[in-house]
Design a protein around this ligand. Structure first.
Ligand code: CA
Length: 230
């Protein structure tokens, strides 16, 4: 893998500068945008490997920027929020961020998360060729091509969503706690982990056209986590 590019979207100059310096010292090429439109322009032009995105931006807020980034060309997003409750709310909204970091955060923690997400996605993409397709109740998951078909139609998943679905579908009936999924898919655990997992599972279910009351594929085990239906 060559040099990785990280786009930092933050309107507070002091934070932007500190984040930028830290990530540069870790060997990343860093681009900085101070508002949404500039972020979208840089994302389109420079194709960063990851976006660190502040929620509170003047004009277009972080949620909208995140949604547009995910729509145009998927890139992992690490969202910066002010408080845990805000993280919960934003995660519930499901704009598609791959992780959240609550302000104030340490630069060390930020660097750890950035590295973990990039490494995880790299690993998911490298592992493509190994295993054969899995077929369950009209759902076909092909790890080699990283394709998912529901009743014969192709559905697009992000690498982390794909990894969650594959993890669950490989072992039908096995209940995975949110912490376990967080650790398996993201490679670490953290306090907001449950919310992040829930928001990803909600997106997966939407894409699979799941019926909330009678899911065909992913069952919620209340107070515990998720299991693929047997
Ligand atoms: Ca801000």
């Amino acid at each position: 893998m060559g040099e990785r590019t990280v786009l930092v979207v933050e309107d507070e100059e002091a934070i932007a500068e500190a984040v930028c310096r830290r990530l540069e010292s870790e060997g990343y090429r860093v681009l900085v945008a101070c508002d949404g439109p500039e972020a979208l322009r840089l994302h389109e032009r420079e194709r960063p490997d990851l976006v660190v995105l502040d929620l509170m931006l003047p004009g277009m807020d972080g949620l909208e920027v995140c949604e547009r980034i995910q729509r145009d060309r998927w890139t992992p997003v690490l969202m910066l929020t002010a408080r845990t409750e805000e993280t919960d709310k934003v995660a519930g909204f499901g704009a598609g961020a791959d992780d959240y970091l609550t302000k104030p955060f340490s630069l060390r923690e930020l660097a750890v998360r950035v590295r973990a997400i990039l490494r995880r996605i790299e690993r998911i993409e490298e592992r493509r060729e190994r295993s054969g397709p899995i077929e369950r109740q009209g759902l076909r998951i092909d790890p080699a091509r990283r394709r998912v078909e529901v009743d014969g139609s192709n559905v697009a998943f992000t690498p982390l969503e794909f990894e969650i679905l594959l993890t669950l579908a490989r072992e039908p009936g096995v209940v995975f706690s949110r912490d376990e999924l967080m650790e398996r898919v993201w490679g670490y655990r953290d306090f907001a982990g449950g919310r992040v997992v829930d928001s990803h599972v909600a997106r997966i279910r939407r894409k699979l056209n799941e019926d909330g009351n009678d899911p065909r594929f992913i069952r919620t085990v209340h107070g515990v986590g998720y299991a693929f239906k047997e």
